[in-house]
Design a protein around this ligand. Structure first.
Ligand code: GTR
Length: 325
């Protein structure tokens, strides 16, 4: 019911382009699941400032943070329908829609965040971004989401053996379900907003995420064991509704793209600071961090690659990513 109420409210609010009375100002409605102050929210705000300045006040961005417009899966559909103009989402929830996003959602596909940056800033990143257009979306830029690791309420994880039989929430993607199952644990796909109560009530034992999400969504209050296995380095993406994009002149499209591009550096700086700060906060609040040997986790992912990297396009992308120094 809550979701439906949110969608209806958003749909009723107006057409996606709000035209202000005074100077025919276009305000893009932008969604983010994270709270105000989170690096992705702040980066889109910064993009809005740049857009406003560079367009002489013709464009602005209004941010609906804290999942005000719904959970990511729903907001993706609303963006495709043009009800939401801009959306900052993880690549994971796009796995069922945009095949290109699957390659960067494979566990341990990137050796490090630096490797991820080199790949995504280059031609492979551009190719993946272009893949959104066939699905009613325009990929504008990538943001950092660090590395995701497992956390749970039961016990410290020092090896794969410690994960056996535990139930972990994953983002709604078949790749993540198989990833968790390949480790001998059980995967439960569910929306981000349900994770806190899921852990609190014991429906799940834990979840997996980066430090800023673990901290800001307060999962750290209910799951005190965090294992730094860093199985996923999934970039985040900022997309625009194609219907909104198509209404802009080529010059204004370039303006939007440029402002998005210029917000990336700001987001990376904010991200690095927030990652360290969130880790400091959760440790001070009693989170126990373990550092299991990653190699057995990497080895356990062989069947996940066998199952999901089957067509030639994906095989080629995986090989090219792995070949990037
Ligand atoms: C966060 C990511 C969100 C969302 C969330 C989740 O790290 O920034 O976009 O995907 O994880 O686990 O659902």
């Amino acid at each position: 019911m809550l979701h439906i109420a949110k969608i209806t409210a958003a749909a009723l609010a107006a057409t996606s382009l709000l035209v202000g009375a005074a100077a025919a100002q276009t305000v893009f409605r932008s969604s983010d699941t994270h709270p105000d102050g989170y690096p992705t929210v702040e980066a889109v705000k910064y993009m809005g400032e740049l857009l406003k300045e560079r367009s002489g006040g013709r464009f602005d961005i209004e941010i609906y943070h804290s999942a005000q417009l719904g959970e990511e899966k729903d907001t993706i559909e609303q963006t495709r329908a043009g009800v939401i103009d801009l959306n900052r989402v993880s690549m994971g929830p796009f796995n069922g829609l945009v095949p290109e996003t699957r390659v960067v959602s494979l566990p341990y596909i990137f050796r490090s965040v630096d490797h991820m940056h080199t790949v995504m800033d280059g031609e492979i990143g551009a190719e993946i971004l272009a893949g959104f257009e066939a699905h009613g979306l325009i990929g504008l830029a990538y943001y950092d989401g660090g590395a995701r690791s497992f956390y749970n309420r039961e016990r410290p994880i020092n090896s794969i053996e410690d994960l056996q039989g535990m139930k972990f929430r994953v983002m709604q993607s078949d790749i993540f379900v198989d990833m968790v199952n390949a480790l001998g644990a059980n995967a439960t796909p569910m929306p981000y907003g349900e994770v806190y109560s899921g852990i609190e009530t014991g429906v799940i034992d834990g979840a997996e995420n980066n430090f800023p999400s673990y901290e800001s969504a307060k999962h750290s209050e209910v799951a005190k064991h965090y294992a730094l296995d860093e199985h996923l380095i999934v970039p985040e993406v900022l997309v625009m509704a194609k219907t909104t994009w198509d209404r802009l002149s080529p010059e204004d499209q370039e303006l939007v793209r440029g402002a998005a591009r210029d917000s990336v550096l700001r987001q990376r700086e904010l991200w690095a600071a927030r990652e360290a700060e969130s880790r400091r906060i959760v440790e001070a609040q009693g989170t126990q961090i373990t550092t299991p040997d990653k190699q057995p986790f990497i080895d356990a992912m062989v069947p996940v690659y066998e199952r999901h990297v089957t067509d030639d396009r994906l095989k080629d992308l995986v090989a090219r990513i792995q070949a990037v120094e």
